[in-house]
Design a protein around this ligand. Structure first.
Ligand SMILES: Nc1nc2c(ncn2[C@@H]2O[C@H](COP(=O)(O)OP(=O)(O)OP(=O)(O)O)[C@@H](O)[C@H]2O)c(=O)[nH]1
Ligand SMILES: [Mg+2]
Length: 200
């Protein structure tokens, strides 16, 4: 009987390296919007309708148009090349879901904290969380239509950010804008680790 001979073992299937990045920030800052804009696959979302039951708990001042909220997480994926994928995890924005954060943050490369200048203080808990755990983060100021524009230095002062934490303007609805935020995070992580900053 003929037998097939292999000179070499068949190649093992390639498993791409996966980087995990968190998209955090206060209630309604645009986390779900950013994950959706960036993801190449239909994002997994856990949106629930804001109802009268949330009155007194869900502070929608400044985002009165908001009709849903994330109750567990958002998930999206970006393929960089055959060897590298980025997994995006959007956090829930409300305090009552804090218990999920440690699971979501486990093994993360770093985080994007989205800030809305109409409700800047809402991103303090996210910043505190990452600072306390030594997780590198950048802050993206999501420029909502009609919100007052502030200079980056004024926002940096208001957030009391360390000088080395990157602060960038962005539009969470825009893929290219979101990519620039992710690139600033990857560069920040590389600088912190003393590794060469990736080019392009
Ligand atoms: N004009 C404008 N609207 C935006 C932008 N980003 C988000 N929105 C809108 O703002 C609302 C809130 O956005 P979400 O992405 O749900 O915010 P979130 O941070 O995920 O909210 P929670 O999960 O409830 O904390 C949605 O109606 C979005 O369409 C933006 O950059 N500009
Ligand atoms: Mg959300």
């Amino acid at each position: 009987m003929d037998s097939v001979r292999y000179d070499r073992e068949p190649a093992a299937p390639r498993v791409p390296l996966a980087l995990k990045i968190l998209i955090a920030g206060g209630f309604g800052a645009g986390k779900t919007t950013l994950v959706s804009a960036l993801s190449e696959v239909r994002p997994l979302q856990t949106e629930e309708v804001l109802t009268g039951a949330g009155i007194g708990t869900d502070d929608v001042s400044g985002v009165e148009q908001k009709s849903t909220t994330t109750v567990a997480m958002d998930f999206g994926r970006i393929t960089i090349n055959d060897d590298l994928q980025v997994y995006l995890f959007g956090t829930p924005g409300q305090d009552r879901f804090w218990f999920l954060w440690d699971e979501l943050a486990f093994g993360a490369l770093g985080a994007v904290v989205l800030a809305d200048t109409r409700r800047l203080a809402d991103c303090f808990p996210s910043i505190d969380y990452f600072e306390q755990r030594g997780i590198p983060f950048v802050v993206g100021v999501n420029c909502f239509d009609g919100s007052r524009r502030f200079g980056l230095e004024a926002v940096r002062d208001a957030l009391d950010l360390d000088p080395d934490v990157p602060l960038v303007l962005c539009d969470a609805r825009d893929r290219q804008s979101g990519k620039l935020v992710l690139i600033s995070l990857v560069e920040h992580v590389a600088r912190q680790r003393g590794e060469p900053v990736p080019v392009g």
